[in-house]
Design a protein around this ligand. Structure first.
Ligand code: FES
Ligand SMILES: [Fe+2]
Length: 367
């Protein structure tokens, strides 16, 4: 019997809309429109005459042709490829070729829904709710201390075949790094470390203490006293952040921006910023190679997870206190979605009866 037949079907899918989502790197949005799907809705992104990013629904109200297949006019409007209707950055239709003045020409029925946008840290951000005015700014991406030849940045982009929640949990899950990524990232002799979770406003932070400095199977001597400072963070609605620091030696912040394309498809940008005593030119190929290896292993595992969930018609989880953050992330996403819903019953999420072992706040484990 699968989860649908026994009535327990559940998916950790929540789409809170009154938040900022990353749409694409700024450099990808040039003179041509770009289509980006946000929570099942295709949007056409383009730059207006001032160069500002704009986002409108990617469907011409006339005959349903995608506006992203059209062009941007010299005065910064998006023009449909079929009959040439034109729309400004707010979605207002300001031109219908061939339609004479006065013949009922101006009509708001031809206008398009639009989304507010921002451009920050090399990314175009979209406010998730059509037409509404943002009440906050996108999350700022931090930079490690140090600069110049000893600091650098690598950005990976990857489409993951999984829910937003699964992608976030994976990015912030420490135990799998010692198993799935053993030899690349962790996997030396196990040591006991402590994780302490702090629930913050629209965010969660977990601080890990006591992990000896090392890479892959190579670990510092037990008594060298050199340990990583390590924080994992979740920021509503779709950012994960992993920070490691060895004061005076090394500092890396991996900020992972997620764009929920649809229920089981999530685009992720891994923006890895680092500084160290080693020149960035030497470190960069290592970050690239190891990053890609790790990413492929994660993507493969997440795709298998999704495939199984779909074959069984639902998810089931059994957590221990090592699952420090995943349940809390889900709860925040679901609560945010429900807070926005007109009727709480309208939410797709089913109440989660199981307790959250990760809520213990302070956990010791061997890694
Ligand atoms: S379909 Fe877009 S102008 Fe006709
Ligand atoms: Fe991983």
């Amino acid at each position: 019997m699968n989860d649908v037949e026994d009535g327990t079907a559940h998916y950790s899918i929540a789409f809170p809309r009154r938040w900022w989502y990353p749409a694409c790197p700024s450099r990808r949005l040039g003179h041509r429109p770009v289509c980006v799907t946000l929570m099942n809705t295709p949007l056409a992104l383009f730059r207006d005459a001032a160069g500002a990013a704009r986002a409108v629904i990617d469907r011409c109200p006339h005959r349903n042709v995608p506006l992203s297949r059209g062009r941007v006019t010299d005065d910064g409007c998006i023009e449909c490829a079929y009959h040439g209707w034109r729309f400004d950055g707010t979605g207002r239709c300001n031109g219908v070729p061939g339609l004479s003045e006065g013949s009922g020409a101006s009509s708001s029925t031809r206008d398009l829904p639009s989304h507010h946008t921002r451009e920050q840290d090399g990314f175009v951000w979209i406010w998730g709710e059509q037409g509404s005015v943002p009440d906050r700014e996108p999350l700022a991406i931090p930079t490690p201390e140090g600069s110049g030849a000893n600091s650098g940045e690598v950005v990976f982009e990857y489409d993951l075949a999984c829910t937003l929640h699964a992608a976030l949990e994976n990015a912030l899950d420490v135990p799998h790094t010692a198993y799935l990524h053993r030899g690349i990232f962790r996997g030396g002799e196990a040591r006991e470390i402590t994780a302490e979770r702090r629930d913050l406003q629209d965010a969660i932070e977990v601080e890990y203490r006591g992990e000896p400095v090392g890479l892959g199977r190579i670990r510092g001597r037990q008594n060298s006293g050199l340990v990583f400072e390590h924080w994992d963070r979740f920021f509503m609605p779709s950012t994960a952040q992993v920070e490691y620091r060895v004061p005076g030696w090394f500092h890396i912040i991996n900020t992972i921006l997620h764009l929920p394309l649809s229920e089981f498809s999530t685009r992720a940008w891994f923006k890895v910023r680092y500084s160290s005593r080693v020149p960035a030119a030497l470190l960069r190929p290592i970050v690239w190679a190891r990053g890609l290896q790790i990413l492929r292993q994660d993507a493969r595992m997440l795709a298998m997870q999704t495939d199984t969930i779909r074959r069984f018609g639902g998810e089931r989880y059994t957590s221990t206190e090592l699952d420090v953050i995943g349940n809390a992330v889900w709860r925040m996403l679901r609560q945010a979605e429900r807070a926005e819903a007109v009727t709480p019953e309208g939410s797709r999420a089913r109440a989660e009866e199981t307790p959250d072992p990760g809520a213990a706040q302070r956990v010791r484990f061997r890694i």
